[in-house]
Ligand binder design. Structure first.
Ligand code: PLP
Length: 430
């Protein structure tokens, strides 16, 4: 295998994680459709189970096809290790399970994906982990909210669905000062446009269902360990990482795995116990999609900027929120964190409220009205009636979601065809 660490992003996306099959010379990544692995002998099995040697025991914990995807993604995000999960929600749940226990809390930006809020506020709260919601656009609010029980600060690089840009460096500085990791959901930007670890984030996660897959053909998630948080310095807060782990016959993850302690803990302990593993077939598709991620994100960004400008000047549109537009409140920050492009996601308010929004989506011919994003085809969603419908109206308002707001996921088709369909929708909304 070539040493890829000095290669550029595109080269690593193609060459990292998998070279060729040493037995057959096959260049394609095999789909290792297996649950278990033959041990060389009893001593080998014992070494694997004692975490003294890297290898494969059972595909809930690790699988060679999944590993090829994980190693490639870790390299692209600039992390020391990655763990793939069965969905973005599974990724978040495994992170919280690794960091928190009853009586602790997480500080979370309220402008995040509705599923993140429901998981933290409704499910984890039943296990004694509180979610403290703040306006993540104002880092001082996050700092004021942190207390002795806090175990992480959560944000999204680009927020779903209000398309705000997170002040990554300020949040990372606060997290470091307070002795908690900054955890960033990088789904909307992808590592092709922003690598939060370079700006000080400690843990990154993805719904790989979106841009990383790119074709809407799988549901998946992944967590990347930045290797830059000093767990041992905060051992009382993170005993599962920095003290002997009773769940793993006394292993201290920071001592055994050094900078990659969090990824090791997540895999060997949390994934082993919770079991949210992906299928090797999905990992195969994801590893392939990473090869074109940078090309796709460039095209998504170019199309989206053209469409945002078209919509902003349209008389039927109340407002457009896209970080690439000068009118976006955090455009300056986007120029720093998203200098290679702002991706394909935008929020649009069509004049006329809910009814106009409904007429708009019903008139579309090419653009799909669907509850997904980050596909190569353009999609539109009405958050108030779909992704955020489980939130109370006042929670939606606090999260910045108006009733007529549409979330547009601009694809990589020809921009003029997308615009023609949008014109159809806007004419019907009038
Ligand atoms: C930003 C973001 N994070 C996480 C998730 C959850 O991911 P999944 O649907 O793969 O569980 C979503 C889903 O839409 C999302 O948009």
């Amino acid at each position: 295998m070539a040493d890829c660490k000095d290669y550029g992003f595109m080269t690593r996306a193609l060459h990292e994680g998998w070279n060729c099959d040493p037995a057959t010379g096959a260049l394609g990544l095999p789909i290792y459709a297996t649950a278990a692995y033959q041990f060389h002998d009893g001593a080998h099995a014992a070494r694997l189970f004692n975490l003294e040697e890297e290898g494969f025991t059972y595909s809930r914990i690790a699988n060679p096809t999944v590993k090829a995807f994980e190693d490639t993604l870790a390299s692209l995000e600039g992390g020391v290790g990655a763990v793939a999960l069965s969905s973005g929600q599974a990724a978040l749940a495994h992170i919280v399970a690794a960091l928190c226990e009853a009586g602790t809390n997480v500080v979370v930006s309220r402008k995040v994906y509705g599923g993140t809020l429901t998981l933290l506020q409704n499910l984890f709260s039943r296990f004694g982990v509180e979610a403290i919601l703040v306006d993540g656009d104002h880092p001082c609010q996050a700092e004021q909210a942190v207390n002795d029980g806090t175990r992480a600060i959560f944000t999204e690089t680009i927020g779903n669905p209000v398309i705000n840009v997170a002040p990554l460096e300020a949040l990372a500085r606060i997290a470091k000062r307070q002795g908690v990791p900054l955890v960033v959901d990088n789904t909307f930007a992808s590592p092709a446009l922003c690598r939060p670890i370079e700006w000080g984030a400690h843990i990154v996660f993805h719904s790989t269902t979106k841009y990383i897959s790119g074709f809407g053909n799988i549901v998946g998630g992944a967590v990347i360990d930045g290797g830059n948080f000093d767990w041992a310095a905060w051992a009382d807060k993170f005993p599962g990482l920095a003290k002997p782990d009773a769940g793993y016959h006394g292993v201290t993850f920071t001592e055994r795995f050094g900078r990659a302690a969090f990824a090791a803990k997540l895999r060997a302990s949390i994934l082993r116990d919770l079991g949210g593993c992906p299928s090797p077939f999905d990992a195969y598709l994801l590893r392939m999609s990473l090869g074109t991620l940078a090309l796709r994100m460039k095209r998504h960004s170019e199309n989206a900027l053209e469409i945002a400008r078209f919509l902003e000047n349209h008389p039927q549109v109340e407002w457009v929120r896209y970080p690439g537009l000068e009118s976006h409140p955090q455009h300056d920050m986007a120029e720093v964190y998203l200098k290679d492009g702002c991706g394909g996601m935008m929020a649009v308010e069509v004049k006329g409220g809910v009814d106009a929004g409904r007429r708009f989506v019903d008139a579309l011919k090419m653009i799909h009205h669907a509850a997904n994003l980050g596909e190569s085809r353009t999609l539109v969603t009405h958050p108030a009636s779909t992704t955020h419908s489980q939130l109370a109206p006042e929670q939606r308002r606090a999260a910045g979601i108006s009733d007529g707001m549409l979330r547009l996921s601009v694809g990589i088709e020809d921009a003029r065809d997308i615009i023609a369909d949008l014109e159809r929708g806007l004419a019907a909304a009038r």
